[in-house]
Ligand binder design. Sequence first.
Ligand code: ADP
Length: 209
Amino acid sequence: MKDIGLTQRQKDILEIVKSSGPISGEEIAARLNVSRAALRPCLAVLTTSGMLEARPRVGYYYTGKDASNLVVEHLKQYQVGQIKAVPAVVREHTAVYDAIVTLFVEDVGTLFVVDDEGCLQGVISRKDLLKTALGAADLTKMPVTVIMTRLPHIITINQEDNVLEAAQKMIDNEVDALPVVKELPGGRLKLIGKVTKTTLVRVLAGLVR
Ligand code: ADP
């Protein structure tokens, strides 16, 4: 896991700075027997990712953060509310057939079932739909409530929660998506967003922006 995604040259630079920092760019270049210009892109990656810092007249030094704990730190900065996406929803009376159409039209992998007030009732994954489609039932007549995973079995997340917590919940419960909910007086859960594995990949991709 350590230093994942680094090129060999970036790893070499990291080792030199770890053992001899603070050290100037010229000295690193001399040790690697390359030009200062050739090192520039590598140093840029290592400084923007936070592994190295550069101080004028001091040189480069190691911050003590390797790639794996930087990923954790990066994720920790975000609350679920900042990265949540718009959920695709269907109603309790929606037929399984129409839910499948919605899955394609909305280009998603998970549908959320809500009541009149937008409160969460159920979750339907693409495999729930596939499994039902393999059966003999008339999909135009069967409501989604028959096949959905319902409360209290739904794993939810709040918008104040940390993104890492959302990631952990998805891993622990082996699900691809979590509904972001806000508890209303009386305990009903208003659906206000979703966090999916795709959302997490987007946040991670921000690392290299
Ligand atoms: P797939 O079934 O397409 O692999 P998931 O792994 O997300 O997708 O879903 C696995 C099962 O868990 C499905 O039966 C689905 O209804 C259910 N499920 C999906 N998301 C949740 C959730 N947030 N909480 C509880 N159950 C869920």
